[in-house]
Design a binder for this molecule. Structure first.
Ligand code: QAP
Ligand code: CO
Length: 168
């Protein structure tokens, strides 16, 4: 297993649109294991392959406190079940230190492949529905800051660029 480097906003590589996973094999499962290890070490609840500069449609989520509920979504697709939006204070491992309220559909149906390449479909609500939509956005090159006003987004960008310069 390996810890991977997480790209941070405004890195242009986060704007890459990921391509479909064409075969679920041992290399895919190695990537999945590395994504979980990287996410757990960073104390996250969701991580998309895009965030580690791998542009394949694959993401991992674990909302549990004790790393006991790992979820894998390969080539995920969602259908909105209910037009009702819910608000949630979202964060992102690629936008460290910033949380903002974002509105998204509350109820969705998700279809994907699991780590064995088996298709599954699930109805989702609550934080899991929000988190999955946030992670699928990453696969499309989109970040939660894109839903904010240009002014707020610019402020976050400046602050992150400054902390990235300090670390470099
Ligand atoms: C996406 O985000 C998410 O700023 C996953 O300093 C989050 O795991 C979707 C994190 C909330 C919906 C609601 C962020 C860790 C983790 C930070 C994360 C930080 C340390 C973010
Ligand atoms: Co994110």
């Amino acid at each position: 297993m390996a810890l991977l480097e997480i790209l941070e906003f405004p890195d242009p590589r986060l704007r890459t649109r990921a391509g479909p996973v064409t075969a679920v094999n041992d290399a895919t499962r190695r990537l999945i294991d590395d994504l979980f290890e990287t996410m757990y070490e960073a104390r996250g609840i969701g991580l998309a392959a895009t965030q580690v500069d791998v542009h394949q449609r694959l993401l991992v989520i674990d909302l549990s406190e004790d790393h006991s509920q790992p979820l894998v979504f390969i080539n995920p697709q969602i259908t909105v079940l209910d037009a009702e939006l819910g608000e949630y204070d979202e964060g992102c491992l690629s936008v460290p230190g910033f949380y903002e309220t974002i509105n998204r559909p509350r109820r969705i149906e998700a279809s994907a492949l699991d780590r064995d390449g088996q298709p599954f479909t699930r109805e989702l609500d609550g934080l899991l529905a929000i988190c999955l939509q946030h992670e699928i956005d990453h696969l499309d090159g989109k970040l939660f800051v894109d839903y904010l006003s240009p002014l707020k987004r610019q402020r976050i960008r400046k602050k992150l660029e400054k902390s990235q310069r300090r670390r470099a």
